[in-house]
Design a protein around this ligand. Structure first.
Ligand code: ASP
Length: 323
């Protein structure tokens, strides 16, 4: 089947539920688990293998945190995906460095940045969250922690990525490509049968970034944020712009004030447009999900889509866009 056959209109997502977060009350939260369209899993880009994995776990009654971790691990393991996990493109000096974070419904968070040699950074982030007094570990310390906790040391630079990097070295022109469908950061949000929300975000960052560069994806509030009373948001694209606007946190706060996930994503992108005179030159995209199961998405440049698992079906959904 062609990709377009999977594409649904964003307006369809969660259309059966009209209430906004501001109309939620304690009684409606309690009845959340009775909603017919739960569980739900949504992810940046057309990562339907990942949303299917997480969604099927949720449908079997597995909790949102376990499902979201397993879901994004699908892309971390995918060697063909050159911007997440194993097989990710290196920085300009040839190092593959990974960034990831995870948040639980209780509002706990764990993160790893500039992590080398470990194929599943999201699982290391979860261990940071659950087994240390900290939220974020970086570089050597993150690697040491991962190795001490039984993660295997592997070579993340595939032959293919090395070949592409060597080609890049010939011109050294640093210009992130605006849309690489299916080949970008995965940010995922899951709502389980109880109505609890968890989220994760994992990436190898921008290809040929400077050595030491960390983007938005592992930064709580930028690449990912959630509040189990309200909903969550995830980001992909130019991390510098997302960090400067604390985009995912902004979206959750806008939903708290009564905006729909769609309206909140649009406000966040428009703020980035206002902050960055060069906004034509890069992509940013957000996906948000609220406690009612409504999904919204907005991006700067046309071409971004998100994967959705709902009513036991997966689909790819074109995002609305600014330009
Ligand atoms: N947001 C990621 C970063 O800046 C990259 C991406 O999503 O394309 O590291």
């Amino acid at each position: 089947m062609k990709r377009r056959d999977f594409i649904k209109n964003t307006g369809m997502a969660g259309a059966s539920l009209a209430a906004t977060p501001s109309t939620l009350n304690f009684a409606s939260l309690n009845s959340f688990s009775m909603m017919k369209n739960t569980p739900i899993c949504v992810a940046t880009w057309n990562f339907q293998n990942a949303t299917k994995k997480a969604g099927e776990m949720l449908s079997r009654g597995i909790n949102a945190l376990d499902a979201v971790e397993e879901g994004v691990r699908v892309e971390e393991a995918n060697l063909k995906n050159t911007t997440v996990g194993n097989g990710g493109a290196p920085d300009r000096d040839g190092h593959v460095t990974l960034d990831a974070c995870i948040m639980s419904p209780e509002g706990n968070a764990g993160s790893v940045v500039y992590l080398k040699h470990i194929a599943h950074p999201v699982s290391v982030a979860r261990k940071v969250m659950e087994e240390t007094p900290h939220v974020m570990l970086a570089g050597e310390g993150a690697l040491q922690f991962a190795l001490e906790n039984g993660f295997e040391k592997v070579n993340l630079l595939t032959e293919e990525s090395e070949k592409e990097w060597k080609k890049w070295l010939q011109h050294k022109n640093y210009k992130p490509i605006i849309n690489i469908e299916n080949h970008d950061t995965i940010g995922m949000l899951c709502i389980d049968e109880k109505g609890d929300i968890a989220g994760a975000c994992t990436t190898s960052g921008l290809s040929y970034k400077m050595n030491g560069r960390v983007g938005d994806s592992p930064i709580i509030g930028a690449g990912l944020f959630l509040d189990n009373e309200i909903g969550g948001a995830v980001a992909t694209g130019m991390g510098e712009a997302v960090m400067k606007s604390v985009g995912s946190f902004l979206i959750v706060e806008l939903m708290r004030q009564g905006k729909s996930p769609q309206e909140a994503c649009e406000t966040a992108v428009k703020r980035i447009v206002k902050q960055n005179p060069n906004y034509q030159d890069f992509q940013v995209a957000f996906v948000a999900l609220n406690k009612n199961g409504e999904v919204g998405s907005y991006c700067l440049h046309q071409g971004f889509s998100y994967a959705l698992y709902q009513n036991r079906e997966t689909s790819n959904n074109l995002s609305k866009f600014y330009i």
